[in-house]
Design a protein around this ligand. Structure first.
Ligand code: G3P
Ligand code: CA
Length: 384
């Protein structure tokens, strides 16, 4: 589903952003104190709206999910920095977009690991390569990260080999240190990847994640952290373990979350974005992270069409929306915002931001937070 990278403001301004109060977390479905004041629950008064979320760090400028990528995102001023989590064989949580590390590390250059290359079926998809769950943390630490899409981001390849795979605990320590240095917390946005698949392997994600969140004081409703998953079951499980805010990720309308497939729940994303589906999500989460196309669909030529009612419908249920993922390169932009024919060249990304921000979304994931921050500032200035 998400293996490849290619593939209203109004009152909700900097200080007027919706509150994520204990009422929102304990009330479950239905109206919350924030809603009663006409504001969706889930955003935070300490976060600007639109919130700029550094997708896998500043992954448009550095190899993704490295401390270098996270540090650059923070130095650029990103509001929140994303981590995707998968486990090692010995149960440590590490930051990778998927358990298949073939494309984002130098594992293929390690003859001592040649025999670990294998074919697995992950969430229904057969994949051949090397997988984190077949390596101890000590073994994974001998690898170096590299750029996922060198053909598109050639300049990022100069950093290949510079950083190791970070553990989530290392990121928590880094965030703590940077938070002290800056005098304000570093916000994290933490995704559980393939949680049903890993639980079946005896490597559950949620319990060790909750343990780490508690150890580093990110288990409260007001902690500077969002949790996220494409599998609602994972967020429901986290809701029982910690009070950290939770977001349900949504892919294409016809997608059926993998946990639903495993348990026989017939619902698809199309069902989850109906008022009834959103009410259900609001019973255990504070937000949704939809594919941008669910907010503004594209026509057959790849150009933006009319926005759907998703922003209004989600806000009506007290949910914030943090759609994904806007990238500067033509190859990832809607057709109306491309410039020239080089898919790796930057298009009119500011125009794309304007179109998406105009829908009233609360934030956005982007690989280039520097661009996103300028666009968000432009948007707020234009509304004053
Ligand atoms: O988590 C938001 C966005 O990152 C979801 O897409 O596949 O990049 O994790 P993915
Ligand atoms: Ca993610």
């Amino acid at each position: 589903m998400t293996q490849g990278a290619h593939t209203s403001p109004g009152r909700r301004t900097v200080l007027g952003a919706a509150v994520l109060g204990s009422a929102a977390l304990s009330a479950g479905a239905g109206a919350t104190a924030a809603q009663a004041h006409g504001r969706p629950a889930g955003a935070h008064p300490r976060l600007p709206v639109p919130t700029v979320i550094a997708h896998r760090g500043a992954s448009g400028h550095r190899p993704e999910h490295t401390l270098g990528s996270y540090q650059l995102a923070l130095d650029m001023g990103a509001d929140v920095i994303e981590q995707d989590l998968v486990p090692t064989k010995d149960g440590h949580l590490v930051c990778r977009h998927e358990n298949d590390i073939t494309g984002t590390t130098d594992v293929a250059d390690h003859p001592e690991f040649a025999s670990r290359r294998t074919t697995k079926t992950v969430d229904g998809t057969a994949l051949t390569g090397w997988f984190t769950e077949d390596f101890t943390l000590a073994e994974l630490k001998t690898l170096r990260a590299k750029e996922r899409i060198p053909g598109t981001r050639q300049e990022n390849t100069v950093y290949d080999g510079r950083w190791a795979i970070p553990t989530f605990e290392e990121v928590l320590r880094w965030a703590e240190k940077e938070g002290r240095r800056r005098g304000r917390p570093v916000w994290l946005y933490v995704e559980t990847k393939h949680p049903t698949y890993f639980r079946k392997l005896g490597l559950p994600l949620e319990e060790p994640l909750a343990k780490l969140l508690r150890r580093y004081g990110r288990h409260g409703a007001d902690s500077p952290t969002f949790l996220q998953s494409f599998e609602p079951t994972s967020m429901r499980r986290m809701a029982k373990l910690v009070s950290t805010p939770r977001v349900v990720l949504l892919w294409t309308a016809d997608d059926r979350p993998w946990d639903f497939r495993e348990t026989g729940d017939p619902r698809t994303v199309a069902d989850l974005i109906t008022p009834a589906g959103l009410r259900w999500i609001a019973s255990f989460a504070q937000g949704i992270g939809p594919l941008l196309d669910l907010v503004v669909p594209k026509d057959k030529d790849g150009r933006l069409g009319e926005p759907t009612t998703l922003v209004r419908d989600a806000h009506a249920k007290g949910l914030v929306l943090h759609p994904y993922t806007l990238r500067n390169e033509n190859g990832f932009l809607p057709a109306d915002f491309r410039r020239g024919t080089d898919p790796a060249a930057y298009g009119d990304v500011f125009g794309a931001y304007r179109a998406y921000f105009a829908t009233g979304i609360d934030g956005i994931f982007t690989d280039q937070p520097d661009t996103g921050l300028l666009a968000a500032a432009d948007f707020r200035a234009a509304r004053r």
